[in-house]
Design a protein around this ligand. Structure first.
Ligand SMILES: N[C@@H](CCC(=O)N[C@@H](CS)C(=O)NCC(=O)O)C(=O)O
Length: 203
């Protein structure tokens, strides 16, 4: 087996790839990277966008956190993380793309304003707008989880991992899931997994 390399600090979207690597129990090398290294020529050969995460598997290079996780799930599948049927696999793509397009941006907008913006530069109106968009996808998610613990049914798959890794940003901003109890409980269920905790404990 080639050595898998995962680039990016744990305090970045690289946490998603670290999480799945722990779930799969694969040997991998973590290359934490400092933000200032991302635009260096050596790293641009790994990811021409100069962003993290990136994955190297032998001669194969891949960027985009969701693509990395879908690839790893399929390549090293363990415990049904990558489901068998084309329909279930399509649902993994669906929830991953949906998370990126419907959920990630508003959560990130709020997170950046709260934790990465000087108080005098914060924009309450932008945060309010982002807050306004979140109930819609969280209600969709709540309905999908009405009668099941995980997105595809009774077992945890890469669909849960990818979407929960995006939704995990709701935790530091203390998003109130009371109107969406199934969503809140699902997120807690996913984030209580030992592999998530192991990834977050990465130095
Ligand atoms: N859509 C990309 C986003 C990658 C991204 O923006 N990563 C951030 C860290 S979480 C980054 O590298 N920022 C540095 C920069 O933009 O210069 C993914 O999901 O992998």
């Amino acid at each position: 087996m080639t050595t898998i390399k995962i680039y990016g600090p744990v305090a970045s979207r690289a946490a998603r790839a670290l999480w799945i690597a722990h779930e799969l129990g694969i040997p991998f090398e973590h290359v934490p990277m400092e933000m200032k290294e991302l635009k260096q020529p050596d790293y641009l050969k790994v990811n021409p966008n100069g962003k993290v995460p990136a994955l190297v598997d032998g001669d194969f290079k891949l960027f985009e956190s969701m693509a990395i996780n879908l690839y790893l799930a399929k390549r090293f599948n363990k415990d049904g993380l990558w489901p068998d049927s084309p329909e279930e696999q399509a649902l993994c793509y669906q929830w991953s793309f949906w998370g990126m397009t419907e959920v990630e941006k508003p959560l990130l907008t709020i997170l950046i304003d709260m934790f990465m913006t000087a108080p005098d530069k914060r924009k309450p109106e932008v945060v309010a707008e982002a807050q306004k968009t979140l109930p819609k996808p969280f209600a969709v998610l709540n309905a999908a989880l009405e009668n099941q613990d995980y997105l595809l049914g009774s077992s945890f798959t890469v669909a849960d991992l990818n979407l929960a890794s995006i939704c995990s940003w709701a935790k530091p901003i203390k998003y109130d899931f009371k109107p969406f109890p199934k969503t809140g409980a699902w997120l807690d269920r996913c984030l209580s997994r030992p592999a998530y905790k192991a990834a977050k404990a990465t130095k």
